[in-house]
Structure formats: structure tokens, C-alpha cells
Design a protein around this ligand. Structure first.
Ligand code: NAP
Length: 321
């Protein structure tokens, strides 16, 4: 049976780290695009992308990458997207779909949209899938399977362009939802950004403890702490940009978190077991809901045998940002 025609003729990837290289691999695997042209900031990454054969062509500049591309995806830290949009704006092909993968969307729209010509379709996107690893070697074609990809097209964006990008992401096994950029940022502040902030905090706190040695922290990290260390190993540049770009929503969620942790502190101080039990019962139900809708395995404690439960092929793909 002959393969269906590719959805886009030429995909330009600007930035080929975890996400960019996963898109390249998935696009190849699904025959989603006719050809891939890629570029990255550093010569080392460009060399590695060529060695891995992730693109048909690896070029040196962002401007050269977008020439003649009908789909451009910017896969770099959020804080760098505005400058790249300014650079590529004059070189974009008329009718091209221009997208990104940034974990914050309001700032992307604010920083990129003013530099894009009116004859292209700007459809910002956020694949809510990731790992704590970075760079072109870290990606894999299955990263987006059964994960959400959220599209945040500014008002008035051509519906056909939005549909086409949605189809592109669905080819990778992703579920697609469309929402306003500000709403995205509020939702992700609580589901992703605050958890990362807490992980970064708690691992730092443990590191500073005088009475518990570093070797003890490592040795006894089999409890909840180990999951935090994995999240806290996420890319520092990416996460610096996320917190700078989503300041208001993160501060709002952090305020609520601080109120709730005060309530739990009070319950512990007062020996209020009922309050603690009721709270934990509620949160356990949330966990069950996440497993029930297939957003995590019942057994994410990978690497340790769990009778009767098949480990996932890619142990860390369950964590998304
Ligand atoms: P990554 O693996 O660290 O790759 C980042 C890429 O961006 C590299 O090609 C890097 O080039 C390039 N880059 C870094 N700083 C740059 C700059 N100032 N100007 C131009 N290019 C620059 O990162 P990633 O995990 O793929 O993340 C990329 C984007 O995806 C981010 O916006 C992030 O918010 C979003 N995202 C990440 C995840 C996740 O879990 N990691 C999930 C969903 C969305 P060099 O290698 O040459 O330095």
C-alpha cells in the first residue's frame, strides 16, 4: 500500500534538542513531511544532528532554515524565541505555518507575533511531554504518544492552518486541544511549573542540611525524594525561562500553595489526624484519576520489578512539561 502524501512539504526545525529531535524522529517515522531542514545555535549541535541523520539538510543560520519551508517549528528556550522570530520573519515563505513548542504561551505570542509577516499562519503549540534529558541524542519518536499537545492560536488565526497543525501532532500519537494562551499558562502553572519549583526547592533544601550528610540523602532517596531529584535535574535554562515568562500565573499558584501548606502545617502541629487523613484521601483520588485516563502508569517506580505490571518501554516519558 502506498504511503499517504506528507502533510507538509518541508519542515524547518530551529533548535534540535529533546523536543526538536523527537519531532524530527516522529515526522520521519510517520512520513508527516517531505523533507526536514534543521539548524541549531552551536556548531557542535549542528554536527551531532547531521551525524544522527535527523534531517535531510543541516544549515548554519535560522534564516536559511526557513527558506521555502511550509512548516517552521521553533524548538528553543522560551526566552530566545522573540529574537529568533525577528531573524526569520523576513525569510518566511508566504502561507507557511509557524509554530513553537515553548512551555509558556502568553510570552511566546507577545514576543514572536510582532515579528511575523501577515501572510504566514502563527499557531503556537506546547507538547506536554518531556523528560529531564536534553540535546539531540535525548529525543525519541514515541515521546508524544498519548500526551497532550496544546495549541494556542491568537484570535483570527486561519482555522485550516490550525487544523493542519493539529493533524500533524495527531500523527505522532498526541491528543490535541486548543485554548487561549493565558489559560494555558494558568493550567500549566499548577500542573507543571509549580511542581518543578517545589522539586528544585526540596532538593536544594536537602543539599543544604547540615545534620544529614549528602551520602545519606543519596543512600536513602528511595522514598519520595528520588522522584523530586529526577524532576530537579531538568534543564536549568529552560526552567529559568519558564519562571521568568510565566511569572504572574506561577506567583498566583504559589500563593495558593503556601496557604494550603500552612493549613497542613497547622494540622500536624495540632495533631489533627482527621484533617491530614481527609486531605490525603482527596489527593489519592486525584492520582487514581490520572492513572485511569492513561496519563501515567500505575507503576512509575521504574527499574524495580513489580509483579504483574509490564514496565513502559520508555521509563521517563511519563513526565511532561
Ligand atoms: P534542549 O534539549 O535543551 O534543546 C534546546 C535547543 O535550543 C538546542 O538546539 C539549543 O542549541 C537551542 N538553544 C538554546 N538556547 C538558545 C538560544 N538562546 N538561541 C537559539 N537556540 C538556542 O531543550 P528542549 O527540552 O528540547 O526544550 C526546547 C523547548 O521545548 C523549550 O521552549 C521548552 O520550554 C519546551 N518544552 C520542553 C519540554 C521538556 O520536557 N524538555 C517539554 C515540552 C516543551 P544548542 O544545542 O546549539 O545550544
Amino acid at each position: 500500500m502506498s504511503k499517504p502524501a506528507p502533510l507538509f512539504n518541508r519542515l524547518a526545525l530551529i533548535g534540535v534538542g529533546l523536543i526538536g529531535s523527537s519531532i524530527a524522529r516522529a515526522a520521519r517515522a510517520q512520513g508527516a513531511v517531505g523533507s526536514i531542514v534543521a539548524t541549531a545555535r552551536s556548531p557542535q549541535t549542528r554536527k551531532r544532528v547531521a551525524e544522527l541523520g535527523l534531517a535531510d539538510q543541516v544549515v548554519e543560520t535560522n534564516a536559511a532554515a526557513v527558506e521555502g519551508a511550509d512548516l517552521v517549528i521553533v524548538c528553543i528556550p522560551v526566552g530566545a524565541c522573540g529574537a529568533v522570530a525577528k531573524e526569520i520573519g523576513p525569510h518566511l515563505a508566504p502561507g507557511a505555518v509557524v509554530s513553537d513548542v515553548g512551555s509558556v504561551k502568553g510570552a511566546i505570542v507577545r514576543d514572536m507575533a510582532p515579528h511575523l509577516p501577515p501572510n504566514v499562519h502563527f499557531v503556537p503549540a506546547h507538547p506536554v511531554a518531556g523528560t529531564e534529558y536534553s540535546g539531540p541524542d535525548a529525543g525519541f519518536a514515541e515521546l508524544f504518544v498519548n500526551r497532550w499537545c496544546i495549541l494556542t492560536p491568537p484570535e483570527g488565526t486561519d482555522a485550516k492552518a490550525v487544523d493542519k497543525l493539529a493533524t500533524f501532532w495527531r500523527l505522532f500519537g498526541a491528543n490535541v486541544e486548543t485554548m487561549a494562551a493565558d489559560h494555558h499558562d494558568l493550567v500549566l502553572a499548577i500542573t507543571s511549573h509549580l511542581p518543578h519549583l517545589i522539586a528544585y526547592t526540596i532538593v536544594g533544601t536537602a543539599d543544604e542540611l547540615q545534620t544529614v550528610t549528602r551520602s545519606e540523602v543519596l543512600k536513602f532517596s528511595a522514598g519520595g525524594f528520588r522522584d523530586f531529584t529526577r524532576i530537579a535535574a531538568s534543564d536549568p535554562t529552560m526552567w529559568r525561562d519558564v519562571f521568568l515568562a510565566n511569572k504572574d500565573a506561577v506567583l498566583e499558584m504559589l500563593g495558593r500553595f503556601n496557604e494550603d501548606i500552612s493549613l497542613l502545617t497547622k494540622a500536624i502541629r495540632n495533631g489533627d489526624g482527621k484533617a491530614l487523613f481527609e486531605h490525603f484521601e482527596r489527593t489519592r483520588a486525584i492520582r487514581k484519576g490520572i492513572v485511569d485516563i492513561g496519563q501515567d502508569s500505575p507503576s512509575p517506580d521504574f527499574g524495580r520489578p513489580h509483579p504483574g505490571i509490564e514496565p513502559l518501554a520508555k521509563p521517563y516519558a511519563a513526565d511532561g512539561d
